[in-house]
Design a protein around this ligand. Structure first.
Ligand code: IMP
Length: 183
């Protein structure tokens, strides 16, 4: 999908495809260095993190394992409540492993906070977080995020894994939606 495929539905491109790939290369270089000589399990959070996971993993030189979790946050509409249900759990036992949670975006941080508590209770050697996007104004809980791609304004964004009503995940960039779609 390209910019022009959205027509009037796209308000603006916030992070271009090139900026995303450059940033992922930067983050991958840091991750390669930090995990040198240690095993590494990437845990992607479905469905939003699919693109970040695929591109980050391919940029790493480190031989990683990859596994996936799907969680759903109970809440009203688009608001996160922090009460989370596991829809799909990991197939991997994380006991003694170095876990790096790969996220698309941290909004309130409530989902991630719950996830970190859950994963930590399984006895991993370490748990860190890599998120492509973060909305700093929205962080309601203090979540330690070791690798962050971009701090973005508090706007609803789409693309590169992020959806609006399950659409636009397959955009190679991150953009904002035209206001007429919210009405
Ligand atoms: P949190 O618990 O509020 O941090 O919610 C995080 C999850 O909400 C992300 O993993 C996304 O799936 C979703 N989300 C938050 N902000 C946006 C956005 O701007 N666009 C699309 N999805 C979003």
């Amino acid at each position: 999908m390209e910019e022009k495929d959205l027509g009037a539905d796209l308000a603006s491109v916030l992070v271009t495809a090139e900026q995303i790939q450059d940033k992922l290369a930067e983050l991958a270089a840091r991750i390669d260095e930090d995990y040198q000589g240690r095993d590494l399990l990437l845990v992607g959070v479905l469905r939003g993190a699919v693109m970040v996971m695929a591109d980050l993993a391919r940029t790493l030189h480190h031989p990683v394992e990859m596994d996936w979790m799907a969680v759903s946050s109970y809440g009203s509409g688009t608001k996160s409540s922090g009460v989370v249900r596991i829809l799909k759990d990991l197939d991997t036992d994380v006991a003694g492993r170095n876990v790096l949670v790969v996220e698309d975006i941290i909004d309130t941080g409530l989902t991630l906070s719950w996830l970190l508590t859950n994963l930590s209770s399984r006895g991993p050697a370490s748990v860190e977080v890599c998120a492509l996007l973060r909305k700093p104004d929205m962080i309601r809980v203090d979540v330690p995020v070791r690798y962050v791609g971009f701090d973005i304004p508090n706007e609803f964004v789409i693309g590169y894994g992020l959806d609006y009503a399950q659409k636009y995940r397959n955009l190679p960039f991150v953009g904002t939606l035209a206001p007429h779609l919210y009405a």
